[in-house]
Structures are given as C-alpha cells and as structure tokens.
Design a protein around this ligand. Structure first.
Ligand SMILES: Cc1ncc(COP(=O)(O)O)c(C=O)c1O
Length: 361
C-alpha cells in the first residue's frame, strides 16, 4: 500500500490501530455474527458501546458528574443553532468572542434566533492572533461563546485564564481531546468528531446539567437538549457506527497514557513544523503570531502563488495529503491532530527544509 502522510483538516486522520480493530470486527462484532452497524441501538451490545464511550470521555477529560455527555448529529453547525434556540430568550443577549470564520458563523446563526453582541474580534488583524479580551460585565450576557481553536486560521487559545463567565460555551471542534481542559469553567462544550474524536457523523456535547432548568421548553423534541439528556442520546437512532469508532478512539487515547501523554506528543509534533517555518528566513511565513499558534492547524504561506503550487504538487508526489490551506485563505495548512503520527510531522519538516534549500534562494 502507498505510504501517505495525512494532514487533512477534517475529516482527518484516524489512528491506524483503530481502523485495524474496526476491520477485524467488521463482520462479527463481539461474536454476534453481524457487524456493529447491524445491531439495534436498543440492544445490549450497542448500548454497552454507547455507555462506555461516555464513561471513557468523562474519564479522559475529567468531566465532573454534574455534566452530561451527549452524542448528537448535525455537526457543530447544528450546535450554532441549538444553543440559542435552547438558551437565548427575548430580552437576553449572547456575547461572542470572534477569532475566526467558525466563530463568525456561530454568531450569525445565533443572531437569527436572538440578540447577540461581539465582545471582541480579531478580524481586523485578519485573525492572525487571539485578541486581548476587554473587561465586560458578566451579567450583560446570558452566555458567552468562544472558539478554542481556529481551524482555518491556525490560532488557538493557549488557556482559558482570561475568560470568565458563569455560562461559558466553547466550540472545541478542532482541539477537543488534544490537551487537558478545565471543564468546570464551561457551561457547554461541543465538538464535531471528525478531527480528534473519530469519523464525521457524531457531535459531542458536554453540558452542565443545571443549565437545563433555563432551557426553552417549547422546542421540537429533536432540537431540545433536555430530550437528549432524558433519553441518554437514544431519543432517535444515533449514528451507531460513528459512536463505535469514537469508542475505539477513546480506548486508543487511554492506551497511550491519556491527555498528559497526548498533549506532550502534540506539542512535539507541532514544534517540528513550526521550526521549519522559523528556520527558513521568512521563506515560509506563519499566518499566526507566535503567541497564538495552534498546535492542531499550522498555517503558512510561501513567497508567491507559483511556489505554493509547486510546494503542494511536490508534497503530494511525496505522499503528503491535505496540505492546501482552506479555500477562503489559501496558502498551506498542516493539521496535526492526535492521530497524525510523529513520523509524519518529522517527514513534513524534512520535506519543508529540503524544499526551502531547493527554492529558497
Ligand atoms: C472550529 C469549528 N467549528 C465548527 C465547524 C463545523 O463543523 P461541522 O462541519 O461538524 O458542522 C468546524 C469544521 O471544520 C470547525 O473547525
């Protein structure tokens, strides 16, 4: 089989071990004679996968018992709408910290449901940096929304010390499970699975249970968090195969030593590639300012369009996949999610060094 290094931004690389296990179990899950996809979501075998996945996620992220873990569909994009539908009533205001295109989308969707206000935006700096947060009166906002990692621009909140609100919501689609996070700081955390958690199709929502008391009771059942909490994410047919793979990914993360080990590895992986950028005398130019660099999405440009094209074409020939930047910003992007191996990042670094030597003068 062709050797490739997968730097896709999402759907993204999955751990090889996970895919191998899924392959082994594909036709005969737990000696049942059928695949996991063919089991009833109300049957014992599937239910144990479903519940164990929740338990493992709670363990790995140290989620307190006061929170519920939900497995929903509709991607992070449905959360952009469900959050205000459930929690933003007339006369209330939602505050948004805008650090990239996905934060903008989250706010635009919320603005269709209720009143929103931008607390701060990095747009004027072309989202190169995580902006300093101005002080604000907490009681001005029903909730405050933040995006922890900006997949398109390649910036990330290093920590959440500067942000404080009793009802803080974070879109962690592109960095969940990549590092330790203070879950207690948040009312709700949500993430589409297709970067660090598993395949597309399932969205994880971590919700502080007491918030349900404030939720809108008049929504269609499928759009209400309460429905999904009451039914343990089994209100309707869940994406069983995606949740099964999520379960395997969580077991894999645990087997590697949990988030301490993952975080360290992610730091080392990203450092290889940032070093190639920093040692290139400006040939590669990082989009993010150094203090806002993402450990998950490394964005950079080359001196001109032609060189970018040549870089991407030569990279592809050498087996590097998914290095083109997002269509809205161009340039290059290497996504170094959990399942991207260290050797892929080293290989990319070597390729970048070599390309610079060939074309940099
Ligand atoms: C930070 C962030 N939020 C939201 C989304 C949208 O996710 P979905 O496609 O699951 O709706 C993405 C997708 O890349 C993302 O990176």
């Amino acid at each position: 089989m062709k050797q490739v290094f997968n730097f896709n931004a999402g759907p993204a690389a999955l751990p090889k071990e996970v895919l191998q296990q899924a392959q082994q179990e594909m036709l005969n899950f737990k000696d049942s004679g059928i695949s996991v996809m063919e089991h009833s979501h109300r049957g014992k075998l599937y239910e144990s996968v479903h519940e164990e996945a929740k338990t493992l996620l709670k363990e790995l992220l140290s989620i307190p018992d006061s929170y519920e873990v939900l497995f929903l569909q509709g991607g992070a994009s449905l959360q952009f709408a469900m959050l205000p539908m459930n929690f933003l009533k007339q006369g209330e205001l939602a505050g948004f910290i805008t650090t990239g295109a996905w934060s903008e989308k989250a706010r635009n969707e919320a603005a269709k449901i209720g009143a929103t206000e931008e607390i701060v935006s990095g747009k004027e700096q072309n989202y190169t940096t995580i902006p300093a947060l101005p002080s604000f009166a907490e009681d001005r906002y029903k909730y405050v929304h933040v995006t922890s990692n900006n997949t398109i621009f390649g910036t990330q909140w290093e920590n959440f010390n500067a942000i404080s609100h009793p009802f803080l919501i974070a879109d962690m689609s592109s960095d969940i499970l990549s590092r330790k996070i203070p879950v207690e700081k948040f009312g709700i955390i949500y993430a589409g699975a297709q970067k660090n958690l598993g395949p597309a199709g399932v969205t994880v929502v971590i919700l502080r249970k007491d918030l349900l008391q404030q939720a809108n009771k008049d929504l269609p059942a499928i759009l209400s968090y309460e429905t999904h909490v009451k039914n343990r994410s089994l209100y309707n047919t869940p994406p069983t195969f995606s949740i099964y793979l999520l379960h395997l990914v969580l077991q894999w993360v645990k087997s590697l030593g949990g988030l301490d080990a993952i975080e360290k590895k992610n730091e080392e992986k990203a450092a290889f590639i940032y070093e190639a950028i920093d040692h290139s005398n400006g040939f590669y130019s990082g989009h993010a300012t150094k203090d806002s660099r993402s450990l998950m999405n490394i964005t950079f440009t080359l001196p001109n369009e032609d060189l970018t094209k040549t870089f991407l074409a030569e990279a592809e020939q050498r087996g590097f996949i998914g290095l083109a930047g997002h269509r809205s910003v161009g340039g290059c992007r290497a996504s170094t999610y959990n399942a991207v191996p260290m050797e892929a990042c080293k290989a990319l670094r070597n390729f970048m060094d070599e390309f610079y030597l060939n074309y940099g003068n």
